[in-house]
Design a protein around this ligand. Structure first.
Ligand code: PLP
Length: 394
């Protein structure tokens, strides 16, 4: 299916106000998603929060099959969680690590995840193993295979890092994890909504996603996928009366499926808002969305490659919609601010969010321009011209 870009732009109110190259921060939502969220909030205001949930039960319940369809899962394998970090945490902290257990991860790992490895290593005596990159900058698959031993408890990587266009070979990693019988946790925060992700093809046990980035959902939304055959053995790190039932005075039972990872109280307007965004992604089709994002990003990389004073910094064999570059000698934060003053939104990635990768490459910061389907070629032209002027002005 070919996307109708003019229509997509017309249905995205933000495109009339800003040149938004920050989908990897928080993408522009469509009017449909905005309406779904705002209408729900209004209904809560009009008839009461509990009453609104009763009235919109089928819409709320529809969240699970919609997400399941997007990633090739079962509805019972999905939990709504307020962001990707907490979704990831619910999986990671629910695994009871023992001294000597090994956690295998990648160089480009996200800071919050790595902080959690460090905390768990400190508390339990588990060991963190950072598998090196290959020459292209993606995880070295042969090194990953060699790193697995009988103490390896978990392989945990980010599919698309926060600081670049790299798309990790998540399916190849899954084959290695599955062959070794090792649990596999995939941080898909920046990939789901950007490219087709099928959990069976990936072979992951858990996958965490945020709503606001490539899915174009509201902030404060996300989800966890938890594979049915893995979940049964796992007692979540936190339980409430939604995740478990108080069945006896001194006893409880954990509910079946991924709902055990969910909270009773949650952002209901966000559930329907994220559902609207996921429905739209399903309707447009992930192949079409991915094709459009790649065309825009490859075009932008080609333009930046020709610019004097700009160095592209994206790694990997396969690159997606997050375009990063450095302007040696320039203050990236000042460049970003100058562009913002012209209503052009880009961001700056720092070692705060990915220390091992950026530090290892001697990059204190990189500039990040992340495209989505609602961007068009005229915007890429405008951005390149504005960046050129900003660099020239120094
Ligand atoms: C790779 C990766 N994982 C996790 C996160 C955290 O997502 P959230 O802010 O929804 O918790 C981010 C955010 O930038 C990210 O880039």
């Amino acid at each position: 299916m070919t996307l109708d870009i003019n229509r997509l732009r017309a249905e995205t109110p933000g495109t009339a106000h800003v040149l938004h190259l920050n989908a990897a921060g928080s993408a522009l939502p469509s009017r449909r998603t905005l309406d779904a969220t705002l209408d729900y909030l209004r209904l809560e205001g009009e008839i009461g929060g509990y009453e609104a949930a009763d009235a919109k039960r089928s819409e709320l319940d529809g969240f699970y099959p919609a997400v399941a369809r997007l990633i090739g899962a079962q509805a019972g394998e999905i939990a709504f969680i307020e962001n990707a970090t907490r979704a990831w945490d619910m999986a990671f902290y629910s695994l009871d690590f023992r001294p000597g257990d090994r956690i295998l991860t990648c160089v480009s790992e996200y800071s919050s995840n790595f902080i959690s490895y460090l905390q768990v290593a400190k508390k339990t005596g588990a060991e963190i193993v950072v598998v090196p990159d290959d020459a292209s900058g993606q995880i070295d698959l042969a090194a990953l295979e060699r790193a697995i031993d009988k103490r390896t408890r978990l392989i945990s990587i980010s599919h698309v890092p926060t600081q670049g266009g790299l798309v990790q070979p998540a399916e190849a990693v899954g084959k290695i994890a599955n062959a070794a019988g090792v649990l596999y946790l995939l941080d898909a925060c920046q990939s789901v909504g950007q490219l087709p992700v099928d959990v069976d093809a990936v072979g992951c046990d858990f996958l965490s996603v945020t709503g606001r980035k490539y899915l174009r959902g509201p902030r404060g939304t996300g989800f966890l996928y938890a594979r049915e055959k893995t979940t049964g053995d796992i007692e979540p790190v936190f339980l409430d009366n939604h995740a478990a039932r108080w069945t006896e005075d001194r006893g409880y039972s954990v509910v079946p499926g991924a709902l055990r990872f969910e909270n009773w109280e949650r952002y209901f307007a966000g559930v329907v808002g994220l559902k609207a965004a996921v429905d739209q992604a399903n309707e447009l089709g992930m192949d079409a969305i991915w094709g459009r994002i790649r065309t825009l990003a490859d075009g932008l990389r080609a333009r930046l490659a020709e610019m004097k004073g700009v160095v592209l910094t994206d790694l990997g064999q396969l690159k997606g919609g997050i375009v990063t570059f450095a302007v040696p000698g320039a203050d990236h934060a000042a460049l970003k601010a100058g562009l913002r003053a012209r209503k052009i939104n880009v961001t700056v990635s720092t070692q705060f969010s990915s220390r091992l990768d950026l530090k290892g490459r001697g990059l204190p910061t990189v500039m990040r321009a992340s495209v989505h389907v609602y961007n068009d070629e005229a915007e890429i032209d405008r951005f390149v011209a504005a960046l050129g002027e900003a660099i020239h002005r120094g």
